[in-house]
Write a protein that binds this ligand. Structure first.
Ligand code: TYD
Ligand code: MG
Length: 455
């Protein structure tokens, strides 16, 4: 028998090492390295049986049958994020903070797919079947023909799935799954990796689509779904702020569709309802135009979304001024502040800066730069931007404005929601949209001069 070589991995970042050490070389965390109890250490299981490899000429693929069609759930927000429905034999990871609504979303999705003719199995490792049924009742889904199971033993689950051969199996959650041939505790990196590997190979082998639910926690003890991200075809994140009812399902990786697509939902007393016009929703709480508030015309995936960006700038009582950001990147804010100071001579030293993206939305698009700069200036100068105006454009370190992609879609969305003017970088494909006065500029100094009458 070959000598068993040990491997170790970090429970925080999942980096693997040949030796144990007190500190992870990759993420720098202490006491997170654990020995991997590999699958090969345990008794062989049925599903782990030897499968002979076979080679295939590239051209042979063309003669294979066309892939079965995608299935729509009828929940538009979900179908779009999946890239146009569920692909057979695909493995999907849905990650998110505990309590954000993953189980609710997937129970609703399970019912929706079942109503559209799929054979669906929902396996919960966190709740008893009765609890899942109660939740389904509350969601008005009690009649859906979804088979429920409460199980955490991976071998039992695979046996059940093998017998049932559903078209869709939902595993809630991957952290509760336990492979009996791996010695470590459920939720450890080795367990999560083993369970995900088994389930994704099952999907590929049998054509069942598998959805894995994964909790993301900050503690190192529970493996986040990061380890699993490489194994699956599609990674979706379910995001939102606890106090806000809005939830965003975002594709961060998708082998079968565009990444960065979002679906917007609202958590209600009867589960999640789809938000078909997110711009209206994100702007619904906006009052009269006020200093520090700017509407950004963004693009999320394939869809334009208008969001309000709010800034507050106040003299700092502290020796070190505060920079607080919600919904945007802190590093990017520091960059915008530096550009405003260096290129336009507008200092923020000694001022506390708070930046917030309204509605619990998270923005990662660089085209938000100009909207953020506008909000900061507007707050600092205590001057509201012209009413009914949207702003977008990327800012370079030189203070030049770079044209954004999909200008026309942004303008059309703004027009649909009753906006009448837009501030955007000059250049790119010149487009006009009826009803929108476009004010285009080449650099930040021109913008400051024109909008705030100062330099
Ligand atoms: P859940 O789906 O259990 O979250 P996760 O699986 O991500 O841990 O959702 C839990 C929260 O959702 C809980 O705080 C209550 C809320 N909720 C509603 O507001 N309405 C509902 O109809 C349901 C089922 C849950
Ligand atoms: Mg849950």
């Amino acid at each position: 028998m070959a000598k068993q070589t040990k491997t170790f991995s970090c429970t925080k970042c999942a980096a693997t090492f040949p030796k144990w050490s007190g500190r992870c070389d990759n993420c720098g965390e202490w006491n997170t390295i654990q020995e991997d109890k590999g699958i090969s250490a345990g008794p062989p299981s049925k599903s782990l049986g030897a499968r002979r490899g076979s080679s295939l000429e590239l051209m042979d693929l063309a003669t294979e049958e066309a892939p079965p069609p995608r299935t729509l759930s009828g929940l538009n927000e979900l179908d779009r994020v999946l890239g146009g429905g569920l692909v057979p034999a695909s493995a999907i990871l849905v990650g998110g903070d505990p309590g954000i609504g993953k189980s609710t979303l997937l129970l609703q999705a399970a019912a929706a797919f079942a109503n559209n003719g799929l054979k669906v199995v929902y396996i919960s490792g966190e709740e008893a079947s009765a609890q899942v049924r109660m939740r389904a009742q509350r969601l008005g889904l009690a009649d859906a023909s979804v088979k429920l199971g409460a199980e955490t033993n991976l071998r039992d689950i695979l046996t059940t799935l093998d017998k049932e051969r559903p078209q869709l199996a939902i595993i809630d959650s991957i952290q509760t799954m336990w492979a009996d041939n791996v010695e470590s505790a459920p939720g450890s990196v080795s367990q999560v990796r083993a369970a995900s590997h088994e389930l994704t190979s099952f999907a590929k082998r049998t054509g069942t689509s598998i959805v894995l639910v994964g909790h993301v926690t900050k503690e190192g003890q529970i493996a986040g779904p990061r380890v699993v991200e490489h194994m699956v075809d599609t990674v979706l994140y379910f995001e939102g702020e606890r106090g806000h009812p809005f939830r965003i399902l975002r594709s961060v990786k998708n082998r079968f569709g565009p990444a960065d697509e979002i679906g917007v939902f609202e958590m209600t007393g009867r589960g999640l309802s789809e938000v078909l016009n997110p711009s209206a929703l994100f702007l619904s709480e906006r009052g009269q135009p006020s200093a520090g508030s700017v509407v950004f015309a963004g693009i999320e995936g394939t869809r334009p979304v208008l969001v309000e960006i709010q800034a507050l700038v106040a003299p700092s009582p502290h020796s070190q001024a505060r920079r607080t950001v919600v919904g945007w990147d802190g590093g990017r804010l520091a960059m915008i502040l530096a550009v405003l100071e260096a290129r336009c001579g507008i200092p923020f030293a000694g001022l506390d800066v708070y930046l917030n993206v309204a509605g619990g939305m998270k923005i990662s698009e660089p085209a938000a730069d100009l909207a953020v700069a506008s909000a900061l200036l507007s707050a600092r100068e205590d001057t509201a931007l012209p009413a009914e105006t949207v702003v977008f454009g990327e800012l370079s370190l030189s203070g030049a404005l770079r044209p954004a992609t999909q200008t026309e879609n942004r303008l059309k969305e703004a027009q649909k929601l009753g906006f009448t003017s837009a501030i955007a970088p000059k250049g790119g494909k010149a487009v006009g949209v009826e009803g929108i006065t476009l004010r285009s500029m080449t650099d930040l100094t021109a913008f400051v001069g024109e909008i705030f009458g100062a330099g």
